[in-house]
Design a protein around this ligand. Structure first.
Ligand code: AMP
Length: 249
């Protein structure tokens, strides 16, 4: 089974994000970038499937600027076999990414796409669902467990009310949640080995996809600063403040 893992380069989860002075977006200059944490979980799972003999090849693919190659190398150092960079300097919306991924899936004849449920920069949570719809494939989203079942997969989804088990026929799209696994750190020898692994570069034009944006960002602003809390002496004072100051009860 050939598994494709789309990975996105985002601002490192530990960095405090700042809005640009002109309010057109967030500051990216000299900011530490990393692989989206949910994509790391997807790579880890794909590599485990390879180690277990369920997957035959794991391909990491990223769409973005040239630097997205670093993110692909991280996936290769974790154990993926090869990478694909879809080079685009323009900002890519989920629908454009889904169309690009569809083209790669078809080009590679992949049997499964294992991806993050969400990228922590745009928090869109759209790409996997759109990709499944474009391909006409079944989808398992917010997945915290994956098992190989007869002719397909059995996945456990994290839903509001608890856990839901779903049987999927292959080929399928699976988007992963936080509790699926704990991604490994790449060892130094594997980082060195990853430098020699193949990364093919292509453009949206090569894939026959119009990736131009359809949305316009009007303005990006910081969330309002939270007011400092106050300590209350007793329950009576708390009730009084909730009633008369916050007016929530
Ligand atoms: P989103 O729908 O933007 O929240 O992203 C969900 C998932 O789609 C991510 O975790 C990635 O697996 C994939 N994805 C989104 N954008 C890209 C991109 N530019 N390149 C590769 N994969 C992406």
């Amino acid at each position: 089974m050939k598994v494709l893992v789309p990975v996105k380069r985002v601002i490192d989860a530990n960095v405090k994000v700042r809005v640009k002075a002109d309010q057109t977006g967030v500051e990216l200059t000299n900011v530490k970038m990393a692989m989206n944490p949910f994509c790391e979980i997807a790579v880890e799972e794909a590599v485990r499937m390879k180690e277990a003999g369920t997957a035959t090849e794991v391909i990491v693919v990223s769409a973005g600027a040239q630097q997205a190659q670093e993110t692909i190398r991280t996936g290769l150092a974790m154990g993926a076999d090869r990478g694909i960079l879809i080079l685009s300097e323009a900002s890519l919306e989920p629908l454009a990414v889904a169309k690009l991924l569809k083209a790669v899936v078809e080009k590679e004849s992949a049997d499964m796409v294992l991806m993050g449920k969400q990228a922590i920069d745009g928090d869109n949570n759209q790409t996997g669902q759109m990709l499944a719809a474009l391909l006409g494939w079944p989808q398992g989203t917010f997945v915290s467990k994956i098992e190989k079942a007869d002719g397909g997969l059995k996945v456990t989804r994290e839903v509001d009310g608890g856990l839901e088990n779903v049987a999927l026929k292959l080929p399928a799209v699976v988007t992963v949640d936080l509790r699926l696994n704990q991604p490994r750190y790449a060892s130094l020898p594997n980082i060195m080995k990853a430098k020699k692994k193949q990364i093919d570069t292509m453009t949206p034009e090569d894939l026959g996809v119009d990736a131009s944006p359809r949305l316009t960002v009007l303005k990006v602003v910081e969330p309002p600063a939270r007011k400092a809390g106050v300590k209350v002496a007793d329950v009576a004072e708390l009730i009084d403040k909730l009633k008369n100051e916050a007016k929530v009860i």
